[in-house]
Design a binder for this molecule. Structure first.
Ligand code: ZN
Length: 148
């Protein structure tokens, strides 16, 4: 049955109609954690997505808002500890996908300058990592999370 959110990639991920590499991990507060659904140049580029179709951060419900900060910090610590990221960027832009999602993008010592910061969004097709590296990274993060 067609619904208003059928075209929303995040809603498709929530429903299980689209499976990002490595699958989806459920966090508290109605939040999901998954790898970037598009080809990624950086192992461990993860996304926190609201289960509910909220337009943006300002439309999250109170449980989601309460959970978001601690959950994001735990994931970032796991990206640093399990993947060896020097730093993790957080981006919530929402111009193209109008369903709340927070990109948690690791930066490594060997990340080229052009892929640092918002440059990560300007990756070229040849920068894309093989799926097995994407899956291995999210598995490492999953194991490093409390209860993982
Ligand atoms: Zn949606």
């Amino acid at each position: 049955m067609a619904g208003p959110d059928d075209a929303c990639l995040a809603c498709r991920i929530v429903r299980g109609d689209h499976r990002p590499p490595g699958g989806v991990l459920r966090l508290e507060g109605g939040l999901l954690l998954h790898a970037l659904a598009d080809p990624t140049p950086l192992a461990g580029w993860l996304v926190i997505t609201s289960e509910r179709h909220a337009r943006a951060w300002y439309d999250l419900d109170p449980p989601g808002l309460a959970a978001l900060g601690p959950a994001a910090a735990r994931v970032m610590r796991a990206q640093r500890e399990a993947l060896g990221a020097e730093h993790v960027y957080a981006f919530a832009i929402g111009d193209q996908l109008r369903h709340f999602h927070l990109h948690l993008v690791p930066r490594y010592a060997d990340t080229p300058q052009r892929l640092r910061g918002r440059g990560a969004f300007e990756a070229r097709a040849e920068d894309a990592l093989p799926a097995w590296r994407v899956v291995a990274a999210i598995e490492s993060v999953r194991r490093a999370l409390p209860g993982g």
